[in-house]
Design a binder for this molecule. Structure first.
Ligand SMILES: Cc1cc2nc3c(=O)[nH]c(=O)nc-3n(C[C@H](O)[C@H](O)[C@H](O)COP(=O)(O)O)c2cc1C
Length: 348
């Protein structure tokens, strides 16, 4: 059972990790109200399944960002995988590759991008934090484009980082570990904690800057409002990720499940809408797709799988999510992703 697998991964991870690292992954902003609400918001929505649809064969494959995927489930960008596994993002990538999954590699990766890309051996996306030093940001984005990233995912909801459990912002890492992927891009005189911190001055114009710099489609992650989604597309974005950053930024930001319909309506088919936050089952994925998302992202479950069982855990998790979606689709009378439409949702 998927729920048991998720619980086992998290329990094992909790036993293995030091308390600070565990809290960094599990926690969120302020009182963690948004963290607690995320999964519950998906569970409040009800379905209206179809019957007599011959679901002998159910196909979960589809296209996201122009990439054919075996299921619409992406690995969310999460920083600092070295806290969960000594090989960091390289180990995650091994698991993703084994499952035939699609990973959004984070700016704040501990492992060097070269090694992560080699371990993936398949298409990938790159998450961008625009740092105060735009030259370092530009070098990083150009490097990602050179190494074959198929799209950029600009995180828009973290102009500053929120303070988390025990007043921490970052997990326990040395400066060298913190830099990770950024190390080859530093210049003499770089003031690490200032220059590589997120630039709070980013605007919708940043979308065009990234597009020109990389020649890649840009998705904006962290969008919770229809007007913002429309503005992102007007500024040249290929799509948006409806997300409250797993409840890790502004606490009491609305749950993704609640924000999704408004964003889908505002986008009106002009771009792709992805969604994340509290996705823990095939039924959650089915509901997200029925509400108009093209795919979902999964964050913490991947971190727990990585800390618990390394690449094998990540593979097992992604396979289990795909199988769970297949079962949910069969029970809802959907043979293919194209059959998962708004009429399946009974309320919400
Ligand atoms: C440990 C951790 C680190 C994260 N780091 C980033 C990051 O560097 N950039 C980003 O855009 N989102 C980051 N996120 C947010 C995830 O991409 C995603 O939005 C969130 O985890 C989804 O919620 P879920 O964990 O309930 O699946 C992070 C999340 C976690 C748990």
């Amino acid at each position: 059972m998927l729920a048991e697998l998720l619980a086992r991964h998290e329990e094992t991870a909790r036993a293995r990790l030091d308390g600070h690292s565990y809290d960094y992954i599990a926690g969120g902003g302020a009182e963690e109200i948004s963290v607690r609400e995320a999964a519950a918001a998906w569970r409040r929505i009800r379905l209206r399944p179809r019957v007599l649809r011959d679901v002998t064969e159910v196909d979960t494959s589809c296209e996201v960002a122009g990439i054919r995927v075996s299921a619409p489930v992406l690995v969310a960008p999460t920083a600092f995988h070295a806290i969960a596994h000594p090989d960091g993002e390289v180990e995650t990538a091994r698991g993703v590759a084994a499952a035939g999954g699609l990973m959004i590699v984070a700016t704040r990766s501990n492992a060097d991008l070269d090694a992560v890309v080699a371990a993936l051996g398949s298409p990938w996306l790159f998450q961008v934090y625009v740092m105060r030093d735009r030259d370092i940001t530009a070098s990083l984005v150009e490097r990602a484009a050179r190494l074959g990233a198929r799209a950029l995912v600009l995180t828009g909801d973290a102009p500053v980082l929120s303070r988390r459990r025990h007043g921490h912002i970052l997990p326990p890492l040395t400066e060298d570990q913190y830099l990770g992927n950024l190390r080859p891009l530093l210049k003499p005189g770089t003031r690490i904690s200032w220059d590589t911190a997120q630039d709070p001055s980013i605007t919708f114009e940043t979308i065009g800057w990234l597009r020109e710099l990389s020649g890649l489609p840009v998705y904006v992650k962290g969008v919770l409002r229809g007007d913002d989604a429309a503005a992102c597309l007007d500024a040249g974005a290929a799509g948006v990720v409806v997300s409250n950053h797993g409840g890790r930024q502004l606490d009491r930001a609305v749950a993704a499940a609640v924000a999704l319909p408004g964003v889908v309506a505002a986008v009106g088919g002009r771009g792709e809408v992805l969604v994340d936050g509290g996705i823990r089952s095939g039924i959650d994925i089915l509901i997200a797709l029925a509400m108009g998302a093209r795919a979902v992202l999964v964050g913490r479950p991947v971190s727990w799988a990585l800390a618990s069982d390394g690449a094998a855990g990540v593979q097992q998790l992604l396979d289990a999510l795909r199988d769970d979606l297949r079962e949910a689709m069969a029970l809802a009378g959907a043979r293919a992703i194209a059959d998962v439409d708004r009429s399946l949702v009974a309320s919400g």
